[in-house]
Design a protein around this ligand. Sequence first.
Ligand SMILES: Cc1cc2nc3c(=O)[nH]c(=O)nc-3n(C[C@H](O)[C@H](O)[C@H](O)COP(=O)(O)O)c2cc1C
Length: 316
Amino acid sequence: MRVDLDGLSFETPVGLAAGYDKSGRAVDGLSALGFGHIEVGSVSRDPSDGNPKPRLFRLPEDEAVIVHYGLQNDGADVVRSRLLKRRTSTPIGGNIVKTNRGIDAPAESADEILREYVDAVRILHDCSDYLMLNLSCPNTEDGRDFFADPGNMREMMARLAEVTVQRPLYLKVSPLGGDEALEQLLEAVEPFGFVRGFAFNLAPGVHASLRTDKRVWGELRGALAGKPVEEQMNDRIRSLYGRMDRSRYAIIGVGGVSSGEDAYRKIRLGASAVQLLTALVYEGPWVVKRIHEGLCWLLERDGFGSVSDAVGVDVG
Ligand SMILES: Cc1cc2nc3c(=O)[nH]c(=O)nc-3n(C[C@H](O)[C@H](O)[C@H](O)COP(=O)(O)O)c2cc1C
């Protein structure tokens, strides 16, 4: 079950997605659940209260949640001091984003947005085992489209190239924009060797056919997570894996994972590791162990000696 990614070593491919431990308060306890890695955050340079409550809604019939948190977190300095005191050896991902200052805050310039990311990277890089830049928060006005512009993406990378980033850097990007967006992304980051992989974020809004009555969720703001986003995410993983340089990049697959079968599917489509969040809400803490057992059984059934042997086998 061990996964070795470019200097990162995960004991299992199943990690905790960003958004559960937003401020690095619980990494020791969470690691006891058996996660192979824990992604903390999203963390911004400055603390943020996020969006007003209520901002998280359960849709149990769909094993889904609608999230409109808006990046509440304690800020990079506080998170750093907590992570430096951790006892667990489970690898930690530092998921970084720009501070959400609320809908009434004046719009920030491109320069300020980019500077915030770089500042947070400087603060968090030496207390994380990898960094994940959240370049596509669905729930903030300025988080959504800024990096869909390849010029902004290139400028972000150029600025990061001036920082000594001592950790592998991953980008959490929008699942929207189709294959053209993936081509543009790969082209924009190609010259920047410190970028080692990708994950897909949630899309804004609810774009799936749900079992839950629309009267329950039709008026809610936020992004859908959990089972109903699984197919969309799998489709993006397959497409990215088919296009990317596999000797350089890895995909961390996230979206609707709640069983060994789900994890295995993402791995066969090109994910080197997977993450979950919503399944923890509906299945409880044993879900991690159940996924491990299911995944081991499936790998063995199909004659794979390790997780990495199965990565991308369903993609040409
Ligand atoms: C309550 C909640 C908060 C989240 N917060 C963040 C976040 O701060 N940063 C981020 O990159 N993703 C965030 N996400 C997205 C998750 O990391 C993950 O990509 C998404 O939920 C899909 O996985 P799942 O279907 O297993 O929940 C959040 C998701 C949920 C449900």
